[in-house]
Design a binder for this molecule. Structure first.
Ligand code: BES
Ligand code: ZN
Length: 619
């Protein structure tokens, strides 16, 4: 019997492996991206010279995109992605000869293919265009929606497939290009991009930019507003409205240390400066890793540096994501799982083992919750995704981050930290400025780390982690001293431990968040009131505490928090907070009416990628 089982296992393992190998072959032969119309194997962009004229009055950008291209296949057409763009004219060559082009029928997710006729001698294609006032990548803020209330603000969010709504481009993470840009904005405003940036206002509203590393289109970024710069050290600094600048500089004072820590683990930082822009609170994400200039939500300006792991995360993308990039959005975990792993290594290096351990334990908790919640969408709990025909934004969730993290942690635990660190460093070095599929990563891992150690390879179960839904049997067990203590206290609640005892014993943000998340489902509104009297969670100004507490308040109908919830979701546009809160509110008929009332006023303040989702929740 034992032997039979063993044989069966062998058969299963080898099937699994040959499946993996077939997939590898398939991907190398045709690395096609289901979310881009471009045909890079025919004709491919190499460099962009971009001219932009930003008009706040009409909420439009007039653009001229001059693309240098490669056409090794001597193709007669080059294909670009566009969406919501008005194409004015297209020319080829330095002499700007009119080219014939056509736009395909509009797809609700992918937009329109722009097909331009070329011949084998064409090295340059120039596109004149105008963006739409409701371009999905752009948020145009009125002065009232900014901290200073006097000047308008514009920012972009291109990931995953929205770059095409402000630049006609080959919008696939597998295609990279360098760029220069010349941007004209109203005088007195500063313009910034994912490139070498000005530190001072220009007299005439004209700015030039240079990105000399090849990047994919989803890392194209622009921000325009009443923005000032403050240096942190020689290579790091913050940009923000004057009202927010000092607070941001205080909060992110450790940025330089973080860059140093990351470099000593994974090799040189290849991008020159590392700066952070803090846009107004409607920014729809926590952070966005735009090269040389991370965009970071003001909801992490807690005043006590308790939420700076977000900076560690976006900085980590300078290796995982921006240097070595997921080839398609089906490989998203290669960006976010690696980045979550590196983020926690940076946190450990700068703030110590226990801080990292707490974040890892919380991560495991979020992962379990996500997997439970996604019971009916098990496909989306795999690392390798199949998002063909779907909007990539709908397929991206905690899985890529946390399951990706725990897979890498499993490899680290098996091979030992020293060896894993050396492996990762070499991986970034050897694949720098390349895009990579899951299958190629797996074969790289195998060749460079696991093939010498068959026993470890069997322990790690790469195939289970990457291709199977849910969590593998070898999910690492993790713990943190401080959070174990919180567990003990919360478990003691039924045996005489009082909330006031807990109050005396927990102080850090992670402990508080974990405490809120650990409260039993049976908790009553009266008990919430007792907790609130001790901890003042309802009035907290720490966005992570606010979020967890307000979710609990909605679940347990703790009405004292309602005005604060209203204020929170009316002033913050970060998807991670507002989407679960609206969803929870919409789960009762009465709550849905309340949510709709708030939303009617708040919607104009949200970025398109936030309001599109909330429209669906409340429709
Ligand atoms: N690159 C992501 C943001 C993103 C992902 C935008 C997918 C569009 C599509 C960024 O690095 C990120 O992961 N941000 C997180 C913060 C992080 C600390 C987990 C966020 O915004 O919450
Ligand atoms: Zn990320």
């Amino acid at each position: 019997m034992k032997n039979f089982c063993f044989l069966l296992c062998l058969v299963i393992v080898s099937c699994q492996q040959s499946k993996v190998q077939n997939k590898v072959a398939e991907q190398i032969a045709a690395p096609s991206d289901p979310h881009s119309y471009s045909r890079p194997e025919q004709a491919l962009v190499k460099h962009l010279d971009l001219q932009l004229n930003v008009n706040f009055g009409s909420k439009t950008i007039d653009g001229k995109a001059e693309w240098q291209i490669d056409n090794p296949a001597k193709a007669d057409t080059i294909v670009f992605d566009t969406r919501q763009l008005k194409i004015i004219k297209v020319t080829v060559g330095d002499a700007q000869k009119r080219a014939s082009f056509n736009l395909s029928k509009e797809d609700p997710v992918l937009g329109q293919a722009l097909k331009v006729k070329i011949d084998s001698t064409v090295k340059k294609v120039t596109i004149w265009y105008r963006t739409s006032p409701d371009a999905y990548a752009l948020q145009w803020l009125n002065p009232a929606q900014t901290a200073g209330k006097k000047h308008p603000f514009l920012f972009t969010q291109s990931q995953a497939i929205l770059a095409r709504t402000w630049i006609p481009c080959q919008d696939s993470p597998g295609i990279r290009f360098t760029y220069n840009a010349a941007v004209k904005v109203p005088g007195s405003l500063l313009a910034l991009m994912s490139a070498e940036n000005p530190q001072q206002l220009s007299a005439d509203g004209k700015y030039t930019f240079k990105q000399s590393n090849p990047i994919p289109a989803y890392l194209m970024a622009l921000a325009v507003g009443n923005i000032r710069f403050k240096a942190i050290d020689a290579r790091t600094g913050v940009y923000a409205e004057p009202q927010t600048l000092e607070k941001a500089a205080y909060e992110f004072a450790d940025m330089g240390k973080m860059v140093n820590a990351a470099e000593s683990l994974y090799g040189p930082y290849r991008w020159g400066r590392y700066d952070v822009l803090v846009p107004p609170p409607s920014f729809p994400f926590g952070g966005m890793e735009n090269p040389m200039l991370t965009f970071a939500t003001p909801t992490v300006l807690a005043g006590d540096r308790s939420l700076v792991s977000l900076i560690a995360h976006e900085l980590a993308h300078s290796w995982s994501g921006n240097l070595v990039t997921n080839a398609t959005w089906n490989d998203f975990w290669l960006n976010e799982g690696f980045t979550t792993y590196i983020e926690r290594r940076i946190i450990e290096a700068v703030y110590g083992k226990e801080e990292a351990a707490m974040q890892i334990v919380l991560g495991a908790r979020y992962l379990n919750e996500t997997i439970e919640r996604m019971g009916n969408q098990r496909d989306l709990t795999r690392l390798k995704l199949d998002l063909k025909g779907k909007d990539p934004d709908d397929g991206m969730n905690d899985i890529a981050y946390e399951k990706g993290f725990f897979f890498l942690k499993t490899v680290e635990n098996a091979v030992g930290r020293e060896e894993f660190d050396a492996f990762l460093k070499a991986y970034f070095e050897q694949n720098a400025f390349k895009s990579i599929t899951t299958e190629r990563f797996i074969s790289y891992l195998d060749r460079n780390l696991l093939s010498r150690q068959p026993k470890l390879r069997a322990d790690i179960k790469t195939g289970d982690w990457v291709y199977k839904a849910g969590l593998p049997s070898n999910m690492p067990v993790v713990s943190s001293e401080k959070l174990d203590k919180v567990d003990t206290l919360v478990n003691g609640l039924s045996k005489g431990v009082k909330f006031s005892d807990i109050k005396k014993q927990i102080s850090s943000l992670n402990e508080k968040v974990y405490f809120i998340k650990s409260l039993p489902d049976s908790i009553t509104a009266q008990q919430m009131k007792d907790i609130d009297r001790l901890f003042a969670f309802t009035e907290s100004t720490n966005s992570e505490i606010q979020f967890e507490w307000y979710m609990l308040a909605l679940k347990h109908d703790y009405k004292a928090a309602h005005p604060y919830i209203e204020k929170f979701i009316s002033s913050v546009g970060r998807r991670k907070f507002v989407i679960p809160l609206y969803t929870q509110m919409a789960s009762t008929p009465q709550g849905k009416l309340w949510a709709a009332r708030i939303y009617a006023k708040a919607r104009p303040g949200y970025h398109p990628v936030a309001y599109q989702t909330i429209d669906e929740i409340l429709k």
